[in-house]
Design a protein around this ligand. Structure first.
Ligand code: 5GP
Length: 203
């Protein structure tokens, strides 16, 4: 069957628990790689350059866009965020599934450019639960929380454009569901045409 890894767009509003879900997914699935994005926003406490994000100046980010080095990019809450192309392509060609944890504008760009991608939208059990989680994080000012809740309402409306919508209530169940989605996707006929054609040539 096809040995190329999957390209997975993974989106959801800020505070929905994307990072926790992905960290657990990485523990359970050694073949999965998480793309490290570039951003112009400042690091939060505990975040490391090159691990959580590549923290870039505005000018450097714009230069990388001009040079075509971003698979996608978007402006979100006043900052640039983008996916460097090279590591994604390398990992996929080595058979690793690559997850892009990106917001919806970037998600739409990848879906447009790469028709073979799998897109998953992570939902909170409710918008109220989301607001409580954002406040509980304690890392954001009130103005930022309001901005992020407004963005979250708009983002959840974009879930209709994704292939899958998964509600993040119980962590292990959420991760199991995502693993099942990825496993099923690998058996799509459209991903395995070469294999089928080779089989027919042999007989
Ligand atoms: P945060 O500032 O909370 O780390 O991220 C804010 C938003 O930016 C999140 O929705 C996150 O998924 C999104 N994001 C992170 N990296 C990228 C990226 O490379 N491209 C795009 N389009 N969005 C990203």
């Amino acid at each position: 069957m096809n040995n190329t890894g999957l390209l997975v767009v993974f989106s959801g509003p800020s505070g929905v628990g994307k990072d926790t879900v992905l960290q657990r997914l990485l523990q359970r699935c050694p073949q999965v790689r998480l793309s490290v994005s570039a951003t112009t926003r400042s690091p939060r406490a505990g975040e490391e350059d090159g691990k959580d994000y590549f923290f870039l100046d505005h000018e450097v980010f714009e230069e990388q866009i001009r040079q075509g080095k971003m698979l996608e990019y978007a402006e979100y809450c006043g900052n640039y965020y983008g996916t460097p192309s090279v590591p994604v392509e390398t990992w996929m060609s080595q058979g690793n599934d690559v997850i892009l944890e990106i917001e919806v504008q970037g998600g739409a760009q990848v879906q447009q450019k790469r028709k073979d991608c799998v897109s998953i939208f992570l939902l909170p059990p409710s918008m109220k639960v989301l607001e409580n989680r954002l406040r509980g994080r304690g890392t954001e000012a009130e103005e930022t929380i309001q901005k992020r809740m407004k963005a979250a309402r708009e983002e959840v409306g974009k879930a209709f454009q994704y292939d899958y919508a998964v509600v993040n209530d119980d962590l292990e169940e959420t991760v199991t569901t995502i693993i099942q989605i990825l496993e099923s996707e690998k058996f799509r006929v459209s991903r395995n045409k070469d294999f089928l054609e080779r089989m027919l040539e042999i007989c």
